[in-house]
Design a protein around this ligand. Sequence first.
Ligand SMILES: N[C@@H](CCC[C@H](N)C(=O)O)C(=O)O
Length: 278
Amino acid sequence: MAITFLKGHGTENDFVLLPDPDGGLDLTVARVRALCDRARGLGADGVLRIVRAKALADAPAGIDGDVWFMDYRNADGSIAETCGNGVRVFARYLHDTGLVDGPEFPVGSRAGLRPVVVHPDGTVTIDMGPVRRLGNSVAVVDGATFAGIGIDVGNPHLACVLDSVDLDSLDLTVQPEFDTTLFPNGVNVEFVAPVGPDEIHLRVHERGVGETRSCGTGTVAATAAALAAQGETTGSCTVHIPGGTVHVTISETSSTLTGPAVFVARGELDQAWWDAQR
Ligand SMILES: N[C@@H](CCC[C@H](N)C(=O)O)C(=O)O
């Protein structure tokens, strides 16, 4: 059977999507790495396998088996709990292909259900769930220490609000150092430059990927950190990342992320190439 793929992105955080309703694909670490490789594969920050929850061995308890589940993998082959930009692209695929009834439905992820609304213009709003603050910490970049806040949005983040440092001057080609006691499974690190009370610029180094043009869960974590810097726990924010702009709201009990979801290509993988990546 031919293996079909789609290539898409959410604010230039790009993904290979693999429709696999019955979970038949043997998606090894080597295959994820090869797919994401920008020279020997299709090139992407991550892979989104589109699978029914009942076909997945490690779907979290409590998710109905018929729910469409986003089996997310980072470019290095590691599994992450969720991906905000990925959920938007995933949701748009389900909606546009008629795999769901109507514009409002839940998407399964290892962080739990993420209810979505697909808008007529193709943008998507996700209910990202509660934002959990983990306490103060620091990130070290090139010997310089930045104060930040640990934030859990289903996956772990360390969001640092900059005061005087120029965002563009940071070297994010290597993983910023972080406290491995607070983040034993690694962390996504955000650097946030406020440009107004409800508007920020953001750069992010993603766990399992490197610097990306955008990170949806990171935009929520960055908003929480920017609000905390103003003494607030709730509010809304326009977030500019290198790959575009999204909108985030945070309440005491939940959060939302709204932004674009774009498809670039669809096709079939070469079977001999796939078989050679074990
Ligand atoms: N790009 C994603 C986050 C993907 C997972 C992350 N790298 C992790 O390991 O937690 C997003 O848009 O949220």
